[in-house]
Design a protein around this ligand. Structure first.
Ligand code: ATP
Ligand code: MG
Length: 450
C-alpha cells in the first residue's frame, strides 16, 4: 500500500492516550520548544525522538520543527548557529548536545512553477536543495518514512499524525511516504535509511517500500562520498551492525558502499573473510551494548581487510616484499574506497597502523617486540589479531603468544622476548612462549579454520 496525500485533518492523539512524556525528553530540547512557543511560534518534537519515545526506546537525539524561519530561530538563542546548504537549519548548542531546529518545509514546487522559491533538482530527479517553507502538514509529507513523521506538539502535548505513522508504528512497518520509487530517486540515501531503521527497530519493510530496494542501489553512486561515509557510520555504529550488514547485502546495497569487499565476499570459496567481518561487527555491537567506545578505524580495518590481503597477494606475486606490498596495497585499497565512501585521515591513518601491526606483531623476540607494547595503536592491533585468530590457526598461535606476554610482569616480559639462538625470524615459536603466563580473560579462543 502507498501512503498518498489526502489533506484530511491529522489524527490527534491527546496526551492521556500516548506515552511521550516531557520527563523523557532532553531538558535542552524542552527548553528550545518552550522558548519558541513563548515567542509565538509553533514548536514540535519530530522524527526519531518521537518515534523512539513512542516505542519506549531511548532516542539518540531530539529534532525540533517549527514555523519560525532559521533567522528567527537564530535571534531567539545566543548559542545558535545556522548550517546547511541543502537544508538550512539552526543548531542550538548546549555543551555537547545539539538540538536541531528545522523550519517546516514543503516537498516543494518544481522549478517550472512560477511563484516562490523552488526545489533545485538534478537531471536524475535528485533534490539538490529545498528550502521551500510550508505548513506542518507539508512538512509531514516531505519526510522519509511514516514512523518518522509524527509530531509532539509542545502547545498541548498531543501527538499529531498526518501520514498514518501511528498505525505503522504499532504494526512494526517501515513505509515510505508517497511514491516509493520517486522518493528513492529524490534522495537515494533513503535506501540506506530504510535498511537502517528496519534493522534497528526490528521492523518489516512494507512491500511497496521494499520492492525497489534491490534494483536501485546504483543511485548511491550519485551521492557524495562524504555523505555516504556519515551514513556508513550510522549503519554500523548504531548497535545492530550484524542485522544491518545482512540486510544491506540482501538488498544488494552493500556492493555500492564497499564494492571491493563485496567482491571478496563473493569470490572466496571458504568463509574466512565473512567470518572476520561478521565477528568485527558483532564485537562492535557488544561493545556498544556495554557502553564502551568504538573506533571507526577498527571497523574500516575489518571491512577492508580482505581487499587488502588480496592486493597484497598480487603485489607479493609480482616480487614486492611483505612490507612494501602492505604499504602499496593499503594505499590502493584506500584510493579505491574513497571513490565510494570518504575515509577521513583521522580514521585512515589509524586503520593503516592496525594493518601494519598485523605484520609487526609477528616479530616476537627482542626489544622490538617489547617496544610494540608501547605503540599507541597496540591495543587495537592486538584486538584485531584476536579477531583474526578466531578463524585462522596461525594468527591464533600468535595471538596466544601476545596474550600470554601481556599477562606477565615487566621482568617476565623481558625474559620471554629474549631472542633464541637459532630461531627463525618472523614465525611464532612455541619454544619462546612465556611459560608462566596464564591466558586471562582476554585469551583468544582459537577456533578451527572456518
Ligand atoms: P536517528 O534515530 O538515527 O536519529 P531519525 O529518524 O531521527 O533517526 P535523523 O537523521 O536524525 O533520523 O533525521 C530526523 C528526521 O528528519 C527523520 O526522522 C525524518 O523525518 C527526517 N529526515 C531525515 N533524513 C531524511 C531524508 N533523507 N528524507 C526525508 N526525510 C528525512
Ligand atoms: Mg534523529
Amino acid at each position: 500500500m502507498e501512503s498518498t496525500r489526502s489533506n484530511l485533518p491529522p489524527v490527534i492523539i491527546p496526551r492521556p492516550e500516548h506515552n511521550v512524556s516531557r520527563a523523557n525528553i532532553s531538558p535542552n530540547a524542552v527548553k528550545v520548544l518552550y522558548r519558541l512557543r513563548e515567542a509565538g511560534y509553533r514548536a514540535c518534537l519530530v522524527g526519531g525522538g518521537v518515534r523512539d519515545l513512542l516505542l519506549g526506546r531511548e532516542p539518540k537525539d531530539f529534532d525540533v520543527a517549527t514555523d519560525a524561519r532559521p533567522e528567527q530561530v537564530y535571534k531567539l538563542f545566543r548559542n545558535c548557529r545556522l548550517i546547511g546548504r541543502r537544508f538550512r537549519l539552526a543548531h542550538v548548542q548546549f555543551g555537547q548536545e545539539i538540538v536541531e531546529v528545522a523550519t517546516f518545509r514543503a516537498c516543494g514546487r518544481d522549478s517550472d512553477d512560477s511563484d516562490g522559491p523552488s526545489v533545485e533538482r538534478a537531471a536524475d530527479g535528485r533534490i539538490l536543495s529545498d528550502n521551500v517553507y510550508g505548513t506542518i502538514e507539508d512538512d509531514a509529507w516531505r519526510r522519509d518514512f511514516t514512523i518518522n513523521a509524527l509530531y509532539y506538539d509542545i502547545a498541548n502535548f498531543a501527538v499529531l499524525d498526518y501520514v498514518g505513522g501511528m498505525a505503522d508504528l504499532q504494526a512494526g512497518l517501515i513505509r515510505l511516504i508517497g511514491d516509493p520509487a520517486q522518493h528513492y530517486h529524490e534522495d537515494p540515501v533513503r535506501l540506506l535509511r530504510a535498511v537502517r531503521f528496519a534493522a534497528k527497530l526490528g521492523f518489516r519493510l512494507d512491500p511497496a517500500t521494499e520492492a525497489p530496494l534491490h534494483r536501485l542501489g546504483h543511485l548511491l553512486e550519485k551521492i557524495p562520498p562524504a555523505r555516504l561515509f556519515d551514513e556508513v557510520l550510522k549503519l554500523f555504529l548504531g548497535g545492530c551492525a550484524i542485522q544491518t550488514f545482512e540486510l544491506l547485502r540482501h538488498y544488494r546495497l552493500f556492493v555500492w558502499l564497499f564494492p571491493a569487499t563485496e567482491r571478496c565476499l563473493n569470490h572466496q570459496q571458504h568463509h574466512y573473510p565473512k567470518t572476520l567481518l561478521v565477528r568485527a561487527l558483532a564485537s562492535t555491537d557488544s561493545r556498544l551494548a556495554e557502553n564502551k567506545p568504538v573506533n571507526p578505524a577498527f571497523l574500516f580495518a575489518a571491512l577492508l581487510w580482505e581487499p587488502l590481503r588480496e592486493r597484497m597477494r598480487h603485489l607479493e606475486a609480482e616480487g614486492l616484499d611483505a612490507h612494501m606490498a602492505l604499504q602499496e596495497a593499503a594505499e590502493r585499497v584506500i584510493q579505491a574506497q574513497i571513490r565510494h565512501t570518504a575515509l577521513p585521515r583521522r580514521y585512515s591513518l589509524p586503520m593503516r597502523e592496525i594493518w601494519e601491526l598485523q605484520q609487526r606483531l609477528t616479530v616476537i623476540a627482542g626489544k622490538r617486540a617489547l617496544r610494540l607494547l608501547d605503540h599507541p595503536r597496540f591495543r587495537a592491533g592486538y584486538d584485531f589479531l584476536l579477531l583474526r585468530a578466531e578463524a585462522d590457526e596461525q594468527a591464533a598461535e600468535l595471538a596466544d603468544w601476545w596474550t600470554q606476554l601481556l599477562a606477565l610482569d615487566p621482568a617476565g616480559r623481558v625474559l620471554a622476548t629474549q631472542p633464541a639462538p637459532k630461531a627463525k625470524k618472523g614465525k611464532p615459536r612455541r619454544r619462546r612462549k612465556p611459560r608462566s603466563a596464564r591466558g586471562g580473560d582476554q585469551a583468544a579462543q582459537p577456533a578451527p579454520e572456518a
